[in-house]
Design a protein around this ligand. Structure first.
Ligand code: C5P
Length: 206
């Protein structure tokens, strides 16, 4: 069983994916972390983000079990990840790695931008999770403040819009709802309501 979850930044897809994996006893891969891990390695080496051959080499040695979300969730790593995510050859390398993970029994919950369209087009069920930019910016700002970080709603909103634009306008594997994905708009939902709605969608499809 493969559950594909796509959606823009801060839509709540990560939390939903983790909870669905728990609920349906599946493994979970946050594919955004694979882009972040490659970006972080390039930044750490002081290499330009456009150096695709080095990026591919880093991807070939990537160990999914070693990706540390607490380190990789830094804002500047997210920005760098969305810049390298336009590199077609790098995407191919990461997509192969992601597919292997998804296809290992008993299956997985995969979240990202292109899971339903490119990585797992034959997933058992596909969800496209979204919310208005304002709702996503509010949640992201509250989350940053609760972790003791400085955050301004206006600049978070601007960042999200810029990242949405870059992710949906790129030519390779843009952020896009698959034709057979079910849309889950969480603008007016809290996480419990969103989780219940997602379980319902998956149960009907599985
Ligand atoms: O989801 P997250 O914010 O961690 O993703 C970081 C960046 O990685 C995104 O902005 C996007 O450009 C890229 N990404 C992607 N395809 C995926 C997952 C993430 O292009 N499947």
């Amino acid at each position: 069983m493969i559950i594909a979850i796509d959606g823009p930044a801060a839509s709540g897809k990560g939390t939903l994916a983790r909870r669905l994996a728990d609920h349906f006893k599946l493994r979970h891969l946050d594919t955004g972390l694979t882009y972040r891990a490659v970006a972080a390695a390039l930044l750490a080496k002081g290499l330009p983000l456009g150096d695709e051959s080095v990026a591919i080499e880093i991807a070939q040695h990537l160990d999914l079990a070693q990706m540390d979300k607490s380190v990789l969730s830094a804002h500047e790593i997210g920005e760098a990840a969305s810049r390298i995510a336009v590199l077609g050859g790098l995407r191919e390398e990461l997509v192969n790695l992601q597919r292997k993970f998804a296809e290992t029994p008993p299956g997985a919950v995969m979240d990202g931008r292109d899971i339903g369209t490119v990585v797992c087009p034959h997933a058992t069920v596909k969800l496209f999770v979204t919310a208005s930019p304002e709702a996503r910016a509010r949640r992201r700002t509250d989350e940053m403040i609760s972790k003791g970080n400085d955050a301004s709603y206006a600049s978070v909103l601007e960042d999200l819009k810029r990242r949405d634009e870059r992710d949906s306008q790129r030519t390779v594997a843009p952020l896009k709802q698959a034709d057979d994905a079910v849309l889950l708009d969480t603008t007016e939902m809290d996480i419990e309501a969103a989780f219940e709605a997602a379980v319902d969608i998956v149960s009907k499809a599985a």
